[in-house]
Design a protein around this ligand. Structure first.
Ligand SMILES: C[S@@+](CC[C@H](N)C(=O)[O-])C[C@H]1O[C@@H](n2cnc3c(N)ncnc32)[C@H](O)[C@@H]1O
Length: 300
């Protein structure tokens, strides 16, 4: 029977040889999965013996990781903004950069609800997550607004062109007890075309250039291409969404669009060309990279 340390050491050597740059972390997480315990418990009990069944399960998980499958898909879970999201090949694994988009969306909702007194009977704020994927953005937003006791004042919606992804986002919403607070709709970008008006639109649409997709890390090849591929210049979906905004955004509404770290100037040029007079600020992520474009109509 092998100890935790022996299994980890062997796993780390195996994953390094397979090209993982995070071999130790991967091995600790995967051994935790095989033993059905937290990674911290793995690290705290390196002298413990591991049964043959769990050791065999660990080897199977290592095989998958060595073939390049992301740890999050193997474990079936990814942490986002402190919440656990179920993840699998139906949708993109939520990235930490996207937490900035959620933070800004929460701020925009809170500003509207507490910044100016809202007369009794005012309509609820209309907020949509376009390209919901696993539901990381809309579900986290719902949980944060529930903590602030503001959820009853907001109508939350989520759209995705992929039925499979939307099903996963529904499952995550149910897991976080907000399944009945979000309207999910399969749609190409904004549901209902320009007939509906939104106060806050948040979107993390695919923005990788088509020719750059094959050179992404191998783990990305396990994710749906439709979640990554942003067309020839990476901005094909974002351009189409920009063209919907004039009709779809409320007069004092805001659109929050996640972009790639090298897309700020292209995005600014597109906004200037397609949304004359609108303001475009670009917020940075924790790494200091341009990450979320904040678009509003010109004041007055
Ligand atoms: C980069 S992923 C983001 C997923 C999730 N919002 C997140 O941040 O983790 C982009 C999502 O947009 C969806 N998508 C792609 N084209 C779309 C379209 N035309 N209309 C709506 N959603 C689309 C994909 O299916 C995918 O779920």
């Amino acid at each position: 029977m092998a100890t935790v340390r022996e299994l980890l050491d062997g796993g780390i050597v195996r994953l390094r040889a397979a090209g993982s740059e995070t071999a130790r972390l991967d091995a600790e997480l995967l051994l935790g999965s095989a033993l059905d315990i937290d990674r911290t418990a793995v690290i705290a009990h390196t002298d413990a013996n591991v049964g043959d069944g769990a050791a065999e399960r660990f080897r199977t998980l290592l095989d998958r990781r060595a073939r390049g499958e992301p740890v999050a898909y193997i474990r079936g879970v990814k942490e986002f903004r402190g919440l656990a999201f179920g993840v699998d090949s139906r949708a993109l694994i939520p990235r930490p950069e996207t937490e900035r988009l959620v933070e800004l969306a929460e701020l925009e909702v809170v500003r509207r609800l507490v910044g100016a007194p809202r007369p009794f009977g005012s309509p609820k704020l209309r907020v949509i997550d376009v390209g919901a994927g696993s539901g990381a953005v809309v579900v986290t937003l719902a949980v944060l607004l529930r903590r602030r006791k503001m959820l009853d004042e907001v109508d939350l919606a989520a759209s995705d062109v992929s039925d499979e992804a939307l099903q996963l986002s529904r499952e995550n919403a149910v897991a976080h007890a907000v399944g009945d607070r979000i309207a999910f709709e399969t749609a190409d970008l904004l549901p209902g075309g320009e007939a509906r008006r939104w106060d806050v639109i948040a979107a993390n649409l695919p923005y990788v250039r088509s020719d750059a997709v094959p050179s992404l890390p191998v783990a990305a090849s396990f994710e749906p291409r439709i979640a990554l591929d942003g067309g020839a210049d990476g901005l094909a979906l974002i351009k189409r969404l920009l063209d919907q905004l004039a009709g779809a955004l409320a007069d004092d509404g805001v659109a929050l669009l996640e972009i790639g770290g090298d897309q700020e100037s292209d995005l600014r040029a597109l906004v200037a060309e397609r949304l004359t007079g609108w303001s475009c600020e670009v917020e940075r992520d924790l790494g200091g990279l341009p990450r979320v474009a904040v678009l509003r109509r010109a004041a007055g």
